[in-house]
Design a protein around this ligand. Structure first.
Ligand SMILES: NC(=O)C1=CN([C@@H]2O[C@H](COP(=O)(O)OP(=O)(O)OC[C@H]3O[C@@H](n4cnc5c(N)ncnc54)[C@H](O)[C@@H]3O)[C@@H](O)[C@H]2O)C=CC1
Ligand SMILES: CC(=O)C(=O)O
Ligand SMILES: [Mg+2]
Length: 370
């Protein structure tokens, strides 16, 4: 199979979907790899390293998309990439369809085979291709939130950990999955009083057992969120129902009960965001203000730390990509229930229920396309 790896073009997205080591692995399995010139530079991998591993460097991105039978990317295709997607071409990347009707329609129209990292799912319901990036984004969420709490950055001017004689900040983390736990660990590590909220009681019991003593758990309900909001300095949105649009757990009206200059970090923005007032932002211009509340809603947070994120991502994506390349997508998916859950759209049919539901589109059962 011919595998193509374009350079990421979303704002400040410096990750790359395949390492030189991944190229070597693909070559050993009999595949050819095309890398767009400079695709790995932002993560510390030169074109020469890819050439040494056996890749062909392609200068013209359109040529790369035309030749490749499987495109490996990091972020969802953005508008200039829509016309590059080809009928019958496998595209293996994060898509986050429920956040964008425009992207969903473009992928449907292209008749490509869209396998989404974020919905590959193990039998225990964990999301192996999302986990490492959620670890990064969770840890970054508290770091970024702490920064934007500084007065000069637009925040209230509160130090997360307080000091002797002065109370620490209060942090609310909604969603106790991978992002939530990592965000809470860093916030609590910096000394903040941290509350993790979730609707999954067994999860809350587990977190209550293993988390440090300055982290409390609380059941996530509208009433409980409203109760805590007037006292919090920072809220991290970290909920997920795989593939689906995120629910709005904090409304615009509720912002009025919060302290001026408090910070909302909506990590779930890639699935549409879990606060009513969230809209996607970029690393260039990460925050905006609504009713005196600072909003941070960057859709590709891990892109800011590519030296960590690219390694974390490619560690987990490569085995699945090799499997797809070796067997072809239909056999690879038919033989692997985990990977099968990654298929979202194929030949114009939406085969992931929550994506179809997000846009009131027709849903096609996945087994009818395998
Ligand atoms: N902005 C960015 O750069 C990045 C965003 N993300 C996104 O962060 C979000 C969270 O991802 P993960 O932590 O990996 O998911 P996860 O599946 O590990 O955790 C989600 C948690 O949300 C909980 N939940 C669902 N509905 C809830 C509600 N109403 N109230 C409270 N909790 C609720 C679930 O029970 C689960 O524990 C996803 O949308 C993911 O795509 C992940 C990485 C990077
Ligand atoms: C998961 C995701 O959206 C990211 O890594 O950018
Ligand atoms: Mg994202």
């Amino acid at each position: 199979m011919i595998i193509g790896v374009p350079k990421e073009i979303k704002t400040h997205e410096n990750r790359v979907a395949l390492l030189p080591g991944g190229v070597l692995k693909m070559k050993r399995n009999g595949h050819d790899v095309l890398i767009e010139k400079g695709a790995g530079i932002g993560s510390g991998f030169s074109d020469e390293k890819y050439i040494e591993a056996g890749a062909t460097i392609i200068d013209d991105v359109d040529e790369l998309w035309e030749q490749a039978e499987m495109i490996m990317k990091v972020k969802e295709p953005i508008e200039v990439e829509y016309d590059r997607m080809q009928e019958g071409q496998i595209i293996f990347t994060y898509f986050h369809f429920a956040a964008s009707r425009e992207l969903t329609e473009a992928v449907i129209d292209s008749n490509c085979i869209a396998i989404a990292y974020e919905t590959v799912e193990k039998a225990d319901r964990s999301l192996p291709l999302l986990v490492p990036m959620s670890e990064v984004a969770g840890r970054m969420a508290s770091q970024e939130g702490a920064k934007y709490l500084e007065k000069a950055q637009g925040g209230r001017g509160v130090l997360l950990g307080g000091i002797p004689g002065v109370k620490p900040a209060n942090v609310m983390v909604i969603g106790g999955g991978i992002v939530g736990v990592n965000a809470a660990k860093i916030a609590a590590g910096m000394g903040a009083n941290t509350t993790i909220m979730d609707i999954d009681m067994p999860r809350l019991r587990y977190l209550d057992d293993v988390m440090p003593s300055n982290i409390d758990t609380m059941f996530s309900s509208e009433a409980n969120i409203k109760k805590l909001l007037p006292d919090v300095d920072m809220v991290i949105g970290a909920v997920l129902k795989p593939g689906a649009k995120a629910p709005h757990l904090i409304t615009r009206e509720m912002l009025g009960t919060m302290k001026e200059g408090a910070v909302l970090v909506d990590v779930a923005i890639d699935q549409g965001g879990c606060f009513e007032t969230s809209k996607p932002t970029t690393h260039d211009n990460p925050i905006y203000d609504v009713d005196g509340i600072v909003h941070y809603c960057v859709t590709n947070m891990p892109g800011a730390v590519p030296f960590t994120s690219t390694l974390g991502l490619t560690n987990v994506t490569l085995p699945y990509a090799v499997d797809i390349a070796n067997k072809g997508w239909q056999t690879a998916l038919a033989e692997d229930e985990e990977l099968k859950k990654g298929l979202n759209i194929v030949n114009g049919d939406v085969v992931y229920k929550d994506v179809a539901e997000a846009f009131d589109m027709d849903y096609t059962a996945i087994d009818s396309v395998l």
